[in-house]
Design a protein around this ligand. Structure first.
Ligand SMILES: [Zn+2]
Length: 224
């Protein structure tokens, strides 16, 4: 057995030693030292994993640990993960997604609606939108699909057309009381433009390479 083999065996299990390994350690003080380091690391890792995960004054202790190295690395990593989660979770819940974000996420999540294409008479879509107080302009675009979709907890209307650059989604949603959060946004390959008309938020969405100005023009043409 050479030193490299001995180190490999120690790394695998520093506690239970074969007679050969025991002899090798007896011959080489460096191996005995290496084994002690491994046992100490083991002890520290166990201590880190079994301590209370959320100590009081966590931030102070993190700073102390980083500054003076008094906190073992494994525990520091655990504590940092806990601290990161503690910072992120309340933020996430404190700021619910805006209607605009909910709408674009709905369009992106409802891929089946984009491919659904039975064709819907304009009169039917016009009547359905009128229930929300939204007007459908006369347009030559063929309407593929109409859904009564729940977005941000409210029932809206979601219809798709065969646009000049592929399928375009339109969503009309009874708006929350807030003002328009943003006029346009992009999430992944989906671009969306928004407009508030009275109590209703309108949105147009495309996954094609269409700029938001063209999409807005299309939206104004469809809603009149
Ligand atoms: Zn939908």
């Amino acid at each position: 057995m050479n030193e490299l083999e001995a180190r490999r065996l120690l790394l695998a299990d520093p506690r239970h030693l074969s007679p050969e390994l025991r002899d090798e350690i007896a011959r080489q003080p460096a191996l005995a030292e290496f084994r002690q380091e491994l046992l100490e690391l083991d002890r520290r890792a166990q201590a880190a994993l079994t301590e209370a995960p959320l100590p009081h004054g966590l931030a102070d202790r993190l700073v102390l640990g980083a500054r003076f190295g008094v906190v073992p690395k494994a525990r520091l990593a655990l504590a940092a993960a806990v601290a990161a989660a503690a910072i992120m979770i309340p933020w996430h819940f404190a700021r619910p997604a805006s209607d605009e974000v909910a709408m674009i996420e709905h369009v992106r999540d409802s891929r089946w609606e984009l491919s659904d294409n039975p064709g819907v008479p304009h009169g039917l879509v016009r009547a359905s939108l009128a229930e929300l107080g939204v007007r459908l302009a006369d347009s030559s675009y063929r309407i593929r699909h109409l859904g009564h979709c729940i977005v941000a907890g409210r029932e809206g209307r979601h219809f798709t057309i065969d646009g000049p650059q592929g399928v375009i989604s339109f969503v009309a949603l009874p708006a929350s009381t807030g003002a328009l959060d943003r006029e346009s946004m992009r999430v992944g390959d989906t671009v969306g433009v928004f407009e508030k008309r009275g109590d209703v938020l309108l949105g147009a969405f495309s996954g094609a390479a269409i700029d938001s100005a063209s999409l807005r023009t299309l939206m104004k043409g469809v809603f009149g």
